[in-house]
Design a protein around this ligand. Structure first.
Ligand SMILES: Cc1cc2nc3c(=O)[nH]c(=O)nc-3n(C[C@H](O)[C@H](O)[C@H](O)COP(=O)(O)O)c2cc1C
Length: 350
């Protein structure tokens, strides 16, 4: 059904136009309590065997929506009502900014992939904070992903992240420092440990200072050399971060400029997860994202050591019930393997 809608209708429209229409529809859904609750009851993961705790936060299931879909924290409740176990909103920058000129989002349908060069279009931290303060009608775990404002020079990057963190950390279930998007000039240079250490230390001070101590994670690119992955992992341990999210989109492709996501990213994302797990073991939470398409992919990431798994591009190609389906299939798989809880699967093949 969704495949027909996608090939016959959605694909004929510009990808970003469809995206904005979807977010608007979900934003409306987010404020319609009756429909939202009905969907939530029908689609959200409720199997106790799927519950996972990570860095002190309780997730109803391991599979969540990656950053970049709900950039302005407009529709997290509706996303949760459709079956995602958490929603990472953002990337949010301290100052509102328009992002790159359109077109900036491209479908590669044959490869089940997307290329984007959105460039952190968002309404800024203050607007996001106002939205996040609204009471939530359904339980939803919300991670907040922050990035650097484009016009802010590298030398002032830490202060810019701190400005966002100060407004958003108290409202987040977890906070993510994004230094890995390819569409803000120079951003990924911040992954170099000498620049990353003071930046993460400054944001951590803010996150540690909130009433509930907000867990802090860092999101990395798939294009880092293996030694650099190890260096970021070591730094995360040294600073006492709560987790690493791997990976963002890759610039290792031809065609339109921007970051590639979806199926072509799968093997590299999995390789980065395995490398991280080998380095840090279970001392820090690993969140795996990149090219996840179905329950087999999610299962593989859990076995390889991810505590949480995220997806974005797969949602575009698999339709609204994708996350709910994956959670239902995970429930069956947990039982088939004779496990009492999905947590027993984590790291089994690591
Ligand atoms: C259109 C689009 C926008 C994105 N924007 C962000 C973003 O703002 N911040 C971020 O950390 N990641 C962003 N991402 C990356 C995703 O969160 C994810 O890391 C990446 O797409 C790999 O997962 P996937 O293959 O399941 O899509 C974006 C991805 C897409 C496709």
């Amino acid at each position: 059904m969704y495949r027909l809608l996608f090939t016959q209708v959605l694909r004929r429209f510009d990808a970003e136009t469809v995206h904005h229409a979807t977010v608007r529809a979900l934003a409306v859904l987010s404020v319609l309590p009756f429909v939202r609750r009905l969907l939530f009851r029908w689609l959200a993961p409720t199997d106790p065997a799927l519950r996972i705790s990570a860095f002190g936060v309780h997730f109803p299931g391991p599979f969540g929506l990656a950053a970049g879909f709900d950039k302005d924290a407009a529709c997290a409740e509706a996303v949760a009502a459709l079956g995602f176990g958490h929603v990472e909103v953002g990337t949010i920058t301290a100052h509102a900014q328009p992002g790159n000129p359109r077109p900036r989002l491209f479908r590669l349908s044959g490869e089940r992939a997307l290329v984007n060069r959105m460039g952190f279009n968002n309404h800024g931290a203050a607007a996001a904070a106002r939205r996040l303060r609204r009471t939530r009608g359904v339980p939803v775990v919300v991670g907040v992903n922050i990035g650097k404002t484009k016009v802010v020079p590298e030398a002032q990057a830490a202060a810019d992240y701190v400005a966002s963190a100060a407004q958003l950390a108290p409202l987040a279930d977890y906070l993510v420092v994004n230094v890995s998007s390819p569409n803000t000039p120079g951003l990924r240079n911040l992954q170099a440990v000498d620049l990353l250490r003071p930046l993460l230390a400054a944001v951590k001070e803010v996150a540690d200072g909130t009433p509930r101590r907000t867990p802090l994670l860092v999101k990395i690119a798939p294009d880092l050399a293996d030694d650099d992955i190890d260096a970021v992992a070591d730094l995360a341990l040294e600073l006492g971060l709560d987790g690493i999210i791997a990976t963002n989109t890759t610039i290792d492709h031809r065609g339109e400029t921007g970051g590639l996501s979806g199926r072509p990213l799968k093997s590299r994302s999995l390789a980065v997860l395995r490398r991280l797990r080998a380095r840090v073991g279970d001392r820090i939470t690993l969140v795996s994202v990149g090219g996840v398409e179905d329950v087999d992919d999610v299962w593989e990431r859990l076995l390889a050591g991810a505590t949480l798994v995220q997806g974005y591009t797969g949602w575009i190609y698999n339709g609204p019930f994708w996350a709910s389906r994956i959670h239902r299939q995970l429930s069956r798989r947990v039982r088939r393997h004779g496990l009492k809880s999905i947590t027993e699967a984590i790291g089994r093949t690591a």
